[in-house]
Write a new protein. Structure first.
Length: 263
């Protein structure tokens, strides 16, 4: 019997951080304009968007995984199946530990992205970080413009570490038209099936699809994305998880799971 295989987009942003589409619009688009079975809402340093999506997911065709993209001091890390915000600027090892403490799965996001792609260098990690940190998976397909070679390097790294890392694909969408352009294929059709496939390292990362106008669409949205990113960093400062203008610092005392608490 031929096994059922479905796809998920494990890296989507909403207006809860620096995305340009609201949660309900993302779910509507994924349900009606794609054949995705599962989406993971992974806003920067917050599960707010994911929790909102999970609360209304029954209205839509797709299932939702609550996640977050944590800005660790050693690169960005997707915390899938998490329910509480994790502080930014921890080491990769401490961030992964905090994700695991919540019963979540930790995925290295857009690994090998070049330093010039992000002025603070937070979007990348060194090879030693990927080798030494107990990630559950690594993103081998990311649809962000200019990451072609980073995706190639990530796939090569995964091939030599597939015994311990699941391969994932996520669009890193900040706008609706990008959702589903990179994907994670898995056996089954539900979020539970997806988790099982990630844990057994049987997933396949695919993408990005060919969209010659993707870079142009991003260029047109970059002002709005930057504005929303500044707003979410200001909110983090208000919550006491980021200093004003902070690009990386000691976050101070943590709770037992490494989760965010107010100062």
């Amino acid at each position: 019997m031929r096994r059922i295989e479905s796809s998920a987009d494990l890296h989507i942003h909403t207006t809860a951080s620096d995305g340009t589409a609201e949660v309900r619009d993302v779910l509507e688009w994924a349900s009606e304009a794609t054949d995705l079975a599962v989406v993971a809402i992974c806003d920067h340093n917050t599960v707010e968007g994911g929790l909102e999506a999970a609360a209304i997911a029954h209205r839509y065709r797709v299932e939702v995984v609550v996640g977050q993209e944590v800005e660790s001091a050693d690169g960005h890390i997707l915390g899938l199946f998490t329910h509480t915000d994790i502080r930014p600027n921890l080491s990769a090892a401490d961030t992964v530990s905090a994700i695991h403490a919540q019963g979540g799965l930790a995925i290295a996001a857009h690994p090998f992205a070049p330093r010039w792609w992000h002025k603070h260098g937070l979007c990348r990690g060194e090879r030693e970080v990927y080798e030494q940190t107990p990630f559950d998976g690594i993103e081998v397909a990311n649809s962000t413009p200019l990451l072609f070679m980073a995706n190639v390097r990530a796939r090569h790294f995964w091939r030599t570490h597939r015994h311990r890392l699941a391969a994932t694909g996520g669009s890193d969408a900040h706008m609706l038209s990008v959702v589903g352009t990179s994907r994670t294929y898995f056996a089954g059709s539900t979020a539970a099936d997806l988790r099982r496939a990630l844990e057994t390292r049987t997933t396949t990362g695919w993408g990005p699809s060919f969209q010659p106008l993707r870079a142009l669409r991003y260029a047109r949205k970059i002002g709005e994305i930057k504005e929303r990113d500044a707003d979410r960093k200001a909110r983090e400062a208000t919550r006491g998880v980021r200093c004003e203008g902070c690009t990386g610092c000691d976050p101070g005392p943590l709770d037992s799971e490494g989760t965010a608490t107010t100062a």
